[in-house]
Every structure is written in structure tokens, then in C-alpha cells.
Design a binder for this molecule. Structure first.
Ligand code: ATP
Length: 301
């Protein structure tokens, strides 16, 4: 049985479809990502999974339970990351952990959890005085305090500096390694690529692709990115006509970037040789999840 199952989920606000037939399953022990541009319907989808919103139609199951009808059961099975506004500024880390632990019949040992999440030194610090990274660590601790089998983490690293973001990613991996299934909402490509076993790309309320990060990248039309500084002026438009070329850009410093497939790279090198142009500072790289995302949604994040 899947840990989380969503079938044909529909939700509208004021007649506007926000979630339009979303279906996916999250297997036990998986980190499953929901990735999409702002307003795509990601939060609405996971709030239906958490039982915070009632779907207009479709079914949602968490370990076989309906989040609306079996609210109490699902609250015990599924930990949810709090929104910042729900914690009082004056509450200390210790008070928050004790308070939330008291809400569950079989809570985790909050001292152990604080230790795992690097919060032991911060126990007497008030919430308002914590750094962004420390707040997020506290939210992860609170999501895990009821010993859930799965957690929903929504835009966990938004607003964090790169270092704190990487530390948080490590924690999410540790959470998965401890046997907890993770449903992660993100609009950071790098985050999804690094953490997720599978990703559903959501655009305007629909899933446009569902695959492993490598599968999504492979599916994108553009797979190879070549950039170079030409030794002599080049007709940039002619490069756009090369086999399977998807885009050609010329930067202000004269660097040209051609996106396409391996065939485009071969055609480009032959083209340069024919025109007696040398490619200085040549870089060839595989497309990233960013490129795949643009292909699959037609939008940037
Ligand atoms: N309670 C509500 N009433 C009306 N419209 C809403 C409500 N909640 C969300 N919306 C709208 O529904 C759309 C989808 O919102 P949602 O938060 O699910 O998207 P999202 O993909 O999580 O976006 P973001 O990354 O910006 O959080 C947005 O246009 C949002 O303004």
C-alpha cells in the first residue's frame, strides 16, 4: 500500500480551478517532490493531503485513511511543518517542543529530537531570536514530534542562505533515513534534484510530468548546453538552424550559449570548423533540472 495516495484531485476557489485532476502515489520511505511555479496549486494539493482543505472531488488516502473523515488518525500518521505565523515569538524552543509533545499520545523524546536537529544549545532561546535556519530546524522537529510515518515539508528552505539550505537538506535526508516518508513542496530545482526520489512537476493545477530527477532531465527536449567565446564574429541566427538546436543566446561579453542535443554539439563544431572559427573557453554540460522545468512548464520559477 502506498503511504500517500491522491486520485483525480480537484479544487476550485471561487469558480477558478486551482487543482485540476492531480493523481500521484508516494511509496513508503520515499522523498517525493511537488515542484512547480508560484500559484501552480502545490500548497492546495498538500493541504488536501493534510486534511486542512476538503477536495471538491477525488480521493486522498494517508496509509489508507481519509484525511477529512479520519482526521485524528491522519494527524498521528502525518507530521506537518508549521507556518511561521503559528508560533508565538516569545515561546522558547524548549516550550514549543514540550507543548507540541503534549499533544500526541506517543510523542518522540523531544530532547533527543532537539539533539538530532542541533537545537540543544538553543533550548532557552525565544522563537523570535532564532536564525532562519534554526527556525526551520525547529519546524522539522515539531513535524516529527508525534513520531509520524510521513511528513509534509512545504517550501522549507525559502529565505535561507545557501549554507543553511544545504544543512537543512542533510536533515531531510536523515529524516528519510530514519524511515519517515517525505512529501516535499519546492520551487528550487537544485533542492528537488538533490533530495527527491521522484518529482511531480505541477503547472496550472495539473501534473505535467512525474519521474525521477534523471528521468525528467532526460525527457527535456534540451539535453546539452554548449557555451564558448568565438575567435571571430559569427552569424548567431545560423546557429539556431543547427540540428536539434533549441536556443542560442549571445551574452554581452560575446560568449555564445547553444542549447540542444549531442547532435547539436557535433553540428556546431563542424560549423565552426567550416567557418574557420575557434571556440575559446569551450564548456559542454548536460541540461539541468532547470532546463527540464522550463521545457515541462513553459515557465521559469
Ligand atoms: N483560500 C484561498 N482562496 C482563494 N484563492 C486561493 C486560496 N488559497 C490559494 N488560492 C489561490 O490558488 C492558487 C494556487 O495556490 P497554491 O498556494 O496552492 O499554489 P502554490 O503552487 O503552492 O504557489 P506558491 O508557490 O506561490 O505557494 C493561487 O493563485 C492562490 O492565490
Amino acid at each position: 500500500m502506498a503511504m500517500i495516495e491522491v486520485r483525480e484531485l480537484h479544487k476550485s476557489y471561487g469558480g477558478r480551478k486551482v487543482v485540476d485532476g492531480v493523481s500521484f502515489e508516494v511509496a513508503e520511505g520515499e522523498i517525493f517532490g511537488i515542484l512547480g511555479p508560484n500559484g501552480a496549486g502545490k500548497t492546495t494539493t498538500v493541504e488536501c493531503v493534510e486534511g486542512l482543505r476538503t477536495p471538491d472531488s477525488g480521493t486522498v488516502r494517508v496509509a489508507g485513511h481519509d484525511p477529512v473523515a479520519d482526521r485524528e488518525q491522519v494527524t498521528l500518521l502525518l507530521g506537518a511543518q508549521l507556518q511561521e505565523s503559528l508560533l508565538q515569538d516569545k515561546l522558547t524552543v524548549r516550550e514549543a517542543l514540550e507543548l507540541y509533545a503534549a499533544c500526541y499520545p506517543r510523542p518522540a523524546d523531544w530532547r533527543e529530537l532537539a539533539d538530532r536537529l542541533g537545537l540543544t544549545e538553543r533550548l532557552d532561546i525565544r522563537f523570535a531570536k532564532l536564525s532562519g535556519g534554526q527556525k526551520q530546524r525547529l519546524f522539522i522537529a515539531l513535524a516529527l514530534i508525534g513520531n509520524p510515518r510521513a511528513v509534509v515539508l512545504d517550501e522549507l528552505t525559502t529565505g535561507l542562505d545557501p549554507r543553511a539550505r544545504r544543512d537543512t537538506w542533510k536533515l531531510v535526508e536523515e529524516v528519510r533515513d530514519s524511515g519517515v516518508t517525505v512529501l516535499l513542496v519546492s520551487h528550487f530545482m537544485e533542492e528537488a534534484q538533490r533530495l527527491c526520489d521522484r518529482i511531480a512537476v505541477v503547472d496550472r493545477g495539473r501534473i505535467t510530468a512525474l519521474d525521477t530527477p534523471a528521468g525528467l532531465i532526460g525527457r527535456a527536449a534540451a539535453r546539452t548546453v554548449v557555451s564558448f567565446l568565438p575567435s571571430a564574429p559569427l552569424d548567431v541566427r545560423a546557429l539556431g538552424a543547427l540540428e536539434s538546436a533549441v536556443s542560442v543566446e549571445e551574452a554581452r561579453d560575446g560568449r555564445i550559449t547553444v542549447t540542444g542535443t549531442d547532435d547539436t554539439t557535433s553540428a556546431l563544431l563542424s560549423h565552426l570548423a567550416r567557418h574557420g572559427v575557434t571556440a575559446h573557453h569551450l564548456r559542454v554540460s548536460d541540461a539541468t533540472l532547470d532546463d527540464a522545468f522550463l521545457d515541462l512548464t513553459g515557465t521559469d520559477t
